[in-house]
Design a binder for this molecule. Structure first.
Ligand code: FES
Length: 338
């Protein structure tokens, strides 16, 4: 990490342009009386944008505008590597050398910079380019990373960075972001967790109590599932029949004449589950109403969440529905409330 000191050569003075001054005063007004110092970071940033690097007179000017001791502003300016305390090239490469980037090859990137641009913190006049080391760039999941101007270039190798420097030198556009085929910071080689629907629901369930407006956020997926998932945890203690005791219930090769019942009127059955039941040969309330515990165990073993049939009381619901009566859930579903 570089030592951060003010440049030895400094201009005599600094003043914001009229436009920047108006902007700076607007920033200061955002904060309550006596809290002007909160605007120190944006004002220093604007001063740097105006001049190209942050000068000592600019630091003093900002201190004066914010009623701060100059040393306090200097502390901020020397702490954050986003402030350039000496002149930099028009194309300024900031190589992150912090732990993640170091472990993923930032040394190689710095060697590429030395080779292609020159010594650290020295402007290559021909390329109008300079480079330095910073830490941490805050994009550790895409290490190693460099910032060039306002862009982050991620998932780099020394060779790739050398190519990029060449492109910049030739005035060619450089694509920001990951350079190894990743779209953002997803795992290389594809997902490694939440690989199936059950795991996704479990993760969602753990998170959902804190989520406001979950129905509005994902109506189809969540409206019906929420209640089901709330009950899953309670179901784990239920005794299960041994595999040998599972008995196939009466199944139909196809929907009966007159059509299948709307199995989504059973609380706990959504469109997906209805499809699975159809595939198994279950089309009517009457079929479900007749299931024995052994039949339930057989069907349960073919569903994604074991225990849901007993938990939601499918058989009792289906006895009512098969006899033409309604359940609370079927009434709400028909009204469009469930
Ligand atoms: S360690 Fe380099 S971005 Fe965080």
């Amino acid at each position: 990490m570089s030592v951060r000191r003010l440049h030895t050569e400094q201009p005599d003075s600094f003043a914001f342009t009229a436009e920047n001054l108006t902007w700076a005063e607007g920033q200061i007004r955002k904060y309550p009386q006596g809290r002007k110092s909160s605007a120190v970071i944006p004002l220093l940033w604007r001063a740097q944008e105006q001049h190209g690097w942050l000068t000592e007179p600019a630091i003093r000017t900002v201190a004066e505008m914010l009623d701060m001791a100059p040393i306090r502003v200097l502390e901020v300016a020397t702490f954050y590597t986003m402030y350039n305390l000496k002149p930099v090239g028009k194309h300024y490469v900031q190589v992150c050398g912090n732990i993640s980037c170091m472990l993923r090859g930032s040394d190689e990137l710095m060697q590429a910079c030395e080779r292609e641009i020159g010594p650290r913190d020295t402007i290559n006049e021909d390329l109008d380019m300079s480079w330095t080391e910073v830490e941490c760039a805050g994009a550790c999941t895409n290490a190693p990373v460099v910032a060039i101007g306002d862009d982050y270039i991620e998932d780099l190798t020394g060779e790739k960075l050398a190519e990029i420097i060449g492109k910049i030198a030739r005035g060619e556009a450089v694509k920001p972001g990951p350079q190894n085929g990743r779209h953002s910071s997803e795992p290389e080689g594809g997902a490694t967790s939440l690989l199936n629907e059950e795991a996704i629901f479990e993760a969602w369930k753990a998170f959902s109590p804190k989520m406001p407006n979950e129905k509005a956020a994902e109506p189809e997926l969540l409206a019906d599932k929420h209640e089901e998932l709330e009950l899953i945890a309670d179901a784990h203690d239920e005794p299960e029949l041994l595999e040998d005791d599972h008995v196939e219930p009466v199944l139909l090769a196809e929907a009966p004449e007159g059509g299948a019942d709307n199995l989504k009127l059973i609380k706990g059955v959504g469109p997906k589950l209805e499809g699975i039941l159809h595939e198994l040969g279950v089309y009517t309330f009457a079929q479900v109403a007749e299931w024995t515990p052994e039949n339930v165990a057989w069907v349960d073993g073919r569903l994604k969440f074991k225990g849901r049939i007993a938990r939601d009381g499918w058989i009792d619901q289906c006895k009512l529905l098969a006899s033409g009566q309604e359940t609370e859930f079927s009434k709400r579903t028909k009204k469009g409330d469930a």
